[in-house]
Design a protein around this ligand. Structure first.
Ligand code: SF4
Length: 219
């Protein structure tokens, strides 16, 4: 097979994968609950090492009490720590929330900025969080958030042969049309969480199975 034929085949495969994903996850919302960019940013920070469900349980009350970065700066640190306790690593997370709030107030007028370059200046915010917040809260497709699910599913589907989130993101951005970047990341997160699970992928229930070259399919 020539290189051109190989490339055509790959393009066709990616097209089929995107079509099947769109049928399965036409909307693909995040499972974190939020009503604005600031809430989403805080929710994503709290979601490290825990489930979205647990974060939602905590933020339901948290976001009623604290609506702005200034609100999070006014509360005593110990109080905030106790409120974040159910999400785990609560001391670190309380500090992270405070540090982000502080910088939002000092540098960005209390608003969540609208570019990845600015968002990654916030302490503890990397490209994944930045792309997720921008894409979902502002509908700006500036990157593809690569979390552990996106990484695993993309590797199994052989959409990338890279190992780091940054390089995987570059490969995916080259394959997926820009207007679909946020949806695509959200869809792979859902697919990784519920179907292409880490230990035992549910290949028999997977709509991508016909186009998936993963050698250790669970069929
Ligand atoms: S066929 Fe299996 S390995 Fe491939 S994407 Fe689906 S669940 Fe994952």
């Amino acid at each position: 097979m020539t290189r051109n034929q190989q490339s055509d085949q790959r393009t066709q495969r990616v097209k089929k994968i995107l079509e099947a994903l769109e049928r399965q996850y036409p909307e693909a919302p995040l499972e974190l609950k939020y009503s604005n960019a600031f809430e989403l940013l805080i929710a994503v920070l709290l979601s490290a090492q825990t489930t979205d469900k647990r974060v939602n349980e905590v933020t339901r009350q948290l976001f009623q009490k604290y609506r702005t970065p200034e609100d999070f700066l006014r509360v005593p640190l110990e109080t905030l720590e106790q409120e974040l306790r159910p999400t785990g690593y609560y001391r670190k997370k309380a500090q992270a929330v405070r540090a982000v709030s502080q910088m939002l107030v000092e540098r960005f007028g209390g608003q969540v900025p609208r570019s990845i370059d600015q968002l990654v200046q916030l302490p503890g915010v990397g490209r994944k969080t930045a792309a997720m917040v921008l894409g979902n809260a502002y509908r700006i497709n500036e990157g593809i958030a690569v979390d552990t699910h996106v990484q695993r599913v993309a590797q199994r589907l052989q959409l990338t042969d890279k190992k780091t989130p940054e390089k995987i993101e570059q490969d995916l951005m080259a394959l997926v049309p820009r207007e679909k970047w946020t949806w695509f990341s959200n869809a792979l997160i859902l697919h990784g969480r519920y179907v292409c699970q880490a230990r035992k992928p549910r290949c028999e229930d997977c709509v991508l199975e016909p186009w998936c070259p993963y050698p250790d399919k669970n069929l």
